[in-house]
Design a protein around this ligand. Structure first.
Ligand code: SF4
Length: 210
């Protein structure tokens, strides 16, 4: 697929889901975004949302989380699963933020990737939340939809991201994740995509193969 075709697909989806491509809100504190994204591995947004108020009221920032007791933190985040590893990552990342970044979440890919437990997907989500995109966050929805449509045949999130970065102009990067998540939750679901209602079905590799 070439850039023009990819951009046509982007525009069609953006018209279909206008709420998914609204402008960024002013960037508030990126720390809750970072913590929520670390917690989001292997669980649902709903589970993460359910524990975030407790987490932030007890540990509102890197300084307090860096000094957290492991057992207390695990008790709060337990519903999100893999809570031993997630607690370890949250405390280690917070200590690095406190020690090396003055307690602030840095807004560059290189610095974010230096934090324990932070990979490209998490870094991209934090940067995107602040309108500082340096890439495209490839989560399960973006990975599935990019491959179904034929925007990429990559077998890893990193490969799919590189293909998407080459197809879309930089100013669209921050909107691809939200757009594809919305599409993945609405029509292009993992099990039974509702292709008959999809605005990009005529350009979709999966649909054309049916
Ligand atoms: S046509 Fe079907 S598989 Fe292709 S993007 Fe639309 S919903 Fe997904």
């Amino acid at each position: 697929m070439d850039t023009r075709a990819a951009c046509r697909i982007f525009r069609a989806l953006a018209r279909f889901y206008p709420e998914a491509v609204e402008e960024y809100p002013a960037c508030g504190d990126p720390f809750p975004v970072l913590a929520a994204t670390i917690l989001s591995a292997q669980t649902t947004d709903r589970q993460v949302d359910s524990i975030m108020p407790d987490l932030l009221s007890r540990y509102p920032g890197p300084a307090s989380l860096a000094a957290a007791g492991t057992e207390d933190l695990e008790r709060i985040i337990r519903p999100t699963g893999y809570y031993h590893a997630k607690a370890r990552h949250l405390i280690a990342a917070s200590r690095t933020l406190a020690d090396r970044f003055g307690g602030q979440v840095p807004l560059s890919m290189r610095d974010l990737l230096s934090l324990p437990g932070v990979g490209r997907k998490t870094a991209n989500i934090v940067l995107s939340a602040c309108g500082k995109d340096e890439g495209i966050a490839v989560d399960t929805h973006v990975f599935r939809i990019a491959r179904r449509i034929g925007l990429s045949s990559g077998k890893s999130p990193d490969r799919v991201e590189q293909d998407l970065l080459a197809l879309f102009p930089w100013h669209a990067w921050g909107k691809v994740n939200g757009l594809f998540i919305t599409h993945g939750r609405t029509l292009c679901t993992a099990r039974k995509p509702r292709c008959g209602e999809c605005p990009v079905r005529r350009s979709c590799r999966y649909y054309r193969s049916l």
